[in-house]
Design a protein around this ligand. Structure first.
Ligand SMILES: Nc1nc2c(ncn2[C@@H]2O[C@H](COP(=O)(O)OP(=O)(O)OP(=O)(O)O)[C@@H](O)[C@H]2O)c(=O)[nH]1
Ligand SMILES: Nc1nc2c(ncn2[C@@H]2O[C@H](COP(=O)(O)OP(=O)(O)OP(=O)(O)O)[C@@H](O)[C@H]2O)c(=O)[nH]1
Ligand SMILES: [Mg+2]
Ligand SMILES: [Mg+2]
Lengths: 292, 278
């Protein structure tokens, strides 16, 4: 664990109640390694380590802690604060329906998460409408329809031959007419560098007047998480992030990277393939996971 | 890269940043740079450009061993098993691979071995149509090993050249799911001499260090014979294959560079390394 590695590092130094600059330099080397191994972005790590250095040098080591534990405490607090922030609940529109759009790279878990969100709202006594706006991936519409059937929740679809912008428009009209509380739009996976598809997404968001634009990110994403998050945020203006596949053993450093570069709160995490596997995001838990 | 024009600490730091940013990982990057430093001293290298050549050559050596050719020789049917974690591109890669093999004049049969995920069978069916391949499927919820068995049986009786078995995505830490792929491998082993002739582990190029855990645990469950690195058309460099190569000692056979049926390329280590530093 990081604490053990730091204890080792501190063994060679004579910490005397205050963290000296030398103590801290030794410690941040270990912290940096831990964060990079956890897939936190190189530049995000650099910036984060800078903050730790500032906070740690000259800090008094609490009576109940070893210098190593004191550093871990500083690092954990700093990271939890960075990833926490405003309470990450979903926006509720003044006038229904609340429109939520799920966006992200191919295979991140958008379609599955859309169904999970629908189930979440239904369990709160709301009436969500799922929207099959991925007309590109083979059987994407069927995938969402199949999930809707399992949940006994409606899925709005106009087939695969209609433009996604028109599908979204039709869905919102239907939702307004029939009094749905949420419109959950599943979109096709796409690369942040595909200008045409990013423009399509922007037009969908504008047409739908989305209240929430959530970036779905695979928790095992590596260094690329920063480029992806920045691009989606810049183009669309994200309101939140959902981190998926955290039921595996990935450290999930992408969480810190994405939060650091977009400032967007992580609102939920995916903890499995089952539709009940959607949980709220707890920054302290994510922090201890990343630090290993 | 390298503004100062000399081989100093700042230069090595720049190299480190490039490698780590490409998902090569800290441990592998450290080892690579240590070897490069040694060689630079030993050969008294003076220009930064030469150092870059050395590191590229070293990476290529790690990646280039072994053939990236598919095991297509021998008595048909050749049986290929495709595995990997959720969403990496297994089903799409199988569609592309089927098309690739059809272009080579092979007959192909696909096994709809993902009997779990919603519309997984329909998705593979669409790819079989596009590629001109046959398909064997049961219903959602059926036993995946039974589908694999059925497909191999059908391939034998229909004199098919290649059977490609699609499997459900699964995180490598799920013991029961890893036991299931081991079972699929055993089932086809019994049915065809030497099967599966290829076990392709698909890795998503955007994946970070978790790829090493994926390689290790899939490698324990099945005899992985090759890697496919998908989604290289994005901005991720896929540097994880270097460490994975070290873990499994199997070559990267293909890369996925898009979502269309033709977006599959035979792996070229020289081009890959060039793009890593590109
Ligand atoms: N283990 C696990 N698997 C997940 C989770 N979320 C999604 N998946 C799986 O990840 C795979 C991809 O999920 P999809 O919902 O199809 O992903 P997508 O983003 O819609 O994919 P595209 O539409 O192709 O971009 C499927 O096998 C899902 O079952 C999760 O939290 N945990
Ligand atoms: N850009 C790009 N997208 C790809 C590539 N390969 C696959 N995809 C996309 O990635 C997404 C997931 O592909 P699938 O083939 O469903 O992945 P899978 O591994 O079979 O997923 P599960 O069966 O759910 O585990 C789809 O949107 C594909 O179009 C690639 O090389 N480049
Ligand atoms: Mg989808
Ligand atoms: Mg699949």
């Amino acid at each position: 664990s990081l604490t053990e590695k730091l204890q080792q590092a501190f063994k060679k130094l004579r910490g005397k109640g205050i963290l000296s600059e030398k103590d801290v330099s030794e410690a941040v080397r270990e912290v940096r390694l831990a964060l990079l191994e956890a897939d936190v972005n190189y530049k995000v790590v650099k910036e984060f380590i800078g903050k730790i250095r500032e906070r740690a040098v000259g800090q008094e080591v609490m009576k109940s802690l070893t210098p190593a534990q004191q550093v871990v405490k500083i690092v954990s607090e700093e990271m939890t604060e960075l990833m926490g922030g405003a309470k990450s609940s979903l926006v509720v529109a003044d006038k229904p329906p609340t429109v939520i759009m799920l966006v992200g790279l191919q295979g991140a878990g958008k379609t599955t998460t859309a169904a999970k969100l629908a189930r979440y709202f239904r369990n709160l006594g709301r009436r969500p409408l799922l929207v099959a706006a991925d007309v590109y991936r083979p059987a994407a519409v069927q995938q969402l329809q199949s999930l809707g059937e399992k949940l006994k929740l409606p899925v709005f679809s106009m087939g695969e031959k209609v433009e996604p912008v028109n599908i979204v428009q039709g869905a919102v009209k239907r939702a307004q007419k029939e009094g749905y509380d949420q419109v959950i739009v599943d979109t096709a996976g796409r690369l942040h560098i595909n200008e045409q598809l990013m423009e399509e997404l922007k037009r969908m968001k504008e047409t739908a007047e989305a209240h929430e634009t959530l970036l779905v990110v695979d928790a095992m994403t590596g260094q690329d998480a920063v480029k992806v998050a920045e691009a989606f945020h810049e183009k669309l203006g994200l309101t939140g992030v959902i981190l998926t596949k955290l039921d595996g053993d990935t450290r999930g450093g992408a969480a810190l990277s994405v939060k650091a570069v977009t400032g967007c709160p992580i609102k939920f995490i995916g903890m499995g393939e089952k539709l009940e596997a959607l949980e709220p995001f707890y920054p302290e838990r994510m922090t201890s996971r990343i630090l290993g | 890269i390298n503004r100062s024009g000399k081989i100093d600490e700042e230069f090595y730091e720049e190299l480190e940043e490039i490698l780590i940013s490409a998902d090569v990982g800290v441990k592998t990057t450290t080892e690579l740079l240590e070897n490069v430093r040694e060689e630079v001293l030993k050969k008294r290298v003076k220009e930064p450009a030469k150092v870059l050549d050395i590191i590229k050559k070293n990476i290529q050596e790690i990646l280039g061993e072994g053939t990236s050719a598919l095991n297509l020789e021998g008595v048909p049917p050749r049986v290929f098993l495709v595995v990997g974690v959720n969403g990496v591109g297994k089903t799409t890669t199988i569609g592309k691979l089927a098309y690739f093999l059809k272009q080579k004049g092979k007959t192909v049969l696909l096994a709809a071995g993902d009997t779990f995920r919603a519309a997984a069978i329909e998705q593979l069916e669409e790819w079989s149509r596009r590629a001109g391949a046959q398909i064997i499927k049961h219903q959602e919820g059926a036993d995946a090993a039974a589908v694999a068995f059925d497909a191999v049986r059908a391939a034998k009786s229909r004199m098919i050249d290649v059977v490609i078995i699609d499997t459900a995505g699964r995180l490598q830490t799920k013991k029961n799911l890893m036991a299931e792929v081991s079972k699929i491998q055993r089932v086809v082993e019994k049915e065809v001499q030497g099967a599966p002739h290829e076990v392709l582990l698909i890795l998503d190029a955007t994946t970070g260090q978790n790829a090493v855990s994926q390689a290790r645990l899939f490698g324990e469950a099945v005899n992985v014979t090759g890697l496919v690195l998908s989604k290289l058309d994005g901005t991720a460099k896929g540097g994880i294959v270097i460490a994975v190569r070290g873990e499994l000692n199997v070559p990267v056979k293909f890369i996925g560079i898009g979502e269309q049926i033709g977006d599959l390329r035979v792996f070229n280590s020289e081009e890959f390394v060039k793009a890593l530093f590109g």
